[in-house]
Design a protein around this ligand. Structure first.
Ligand code: CA
Length: 228
């Protein structure tokens, strides 16, 4: 059975492009042009993944994500224009899985969809405990971090920060999510902690810390641990 997608997008051209190119990839695609149409469809039937445009004629995508997250874990990928940075962060903090900035390629969207679907799968089965990419290997159960087979010595905070990113490997994690999960809810405004610890982590993990291959910056939003 093919996976079912709901594409919520008011721009006719983008909507039909997504519908045709994702159908070709074997997905069963439903579309909605507004929040109200999306809500109506979602009452009948929950898709396997939602692609949600930020700017819709009858309101804000954040509201839909909040409504969904009260009951469901269905992956949501947000697509937005470049100037909608602030809303994008709000959406990720509200529980959206990832985002793409327009214009984006279908290959990029498919890659993000695969990661989001895989995370939903693993979150239902076993939690992610290891991460390997190129020279880097992380084992969360033994607290072992290796580069080229050599053990790296991380401080507890550096390890917790890396562990948080490993659990979401391939997906963006916002500044707020990282600060809340690693330092605690009272530290959500302390973004300088993140900059400091990320620089320390990169100095240990990256072959060339000024051109990070693993710990990627999502400007103005957060960080992403590369997983391919
Ligand atoms: Ca729009």
């Amino acid at each position: 059975m093919s996976l079912r997608l709901l594409v919520v997008e008011d721009d006719r051209e983008i909507r039909s492009l997504l519908q045709s190119s994702l159908s070709v990839e074997g997905f069963a695609v439903q579309t909605a042009v507004s929040l109200s149409e999306a809500r109506a469809l979602l009452q009948h039937d929950l898709p396997d993944l939602i692609v949600l445009d930020l700017g819709l004629p009858d309101g804000d995508g954040v509201q839909l994500v909040r409504e969904l997250r009260r009951q469901h874990t269905v992956p949501v990928i947000v697509v937005s224009a470049r100037h909608q940075e602030a809303q994008k962060i709000e959406l990720l903090d509200a529980g959206a899985d990832d985002y793409l900035t327009k214009p984006f390629g279908i290959a990029e969207l498919l890659a993000r969809m695969r990661v989001a679907l895989r995370h939903r799968g693993t979150s239902l089965a076993a939690a992610v405990t290891t991460h390997t990419l190129d020279d880097l290997h992380v084992d969360l159960t033994t607290h072992r971090v290796e580069r080229d087979g050599a053990t790296l010595h991380l401080t507890p905070t550096e390890f917790n920060l890396l562990a948080r990113l490993v659990r979401s490997a391939g997906r963006v994690v916002t500044h707020r999510q990282l600060l809340t999960d690693v330092w605690g809810t009272e530290f959500t405004e302390h973004t300088h902690y993140l900059r400091l610890y990320m620089a320390q982590l990169r100095a240990k993990i990256e072959r060339n810390p000024s051109e990070p291959r693993h710990l990627l910056t999502e400007t103005g939003i957060g960080y992403r641990l590369a997983d391919s």
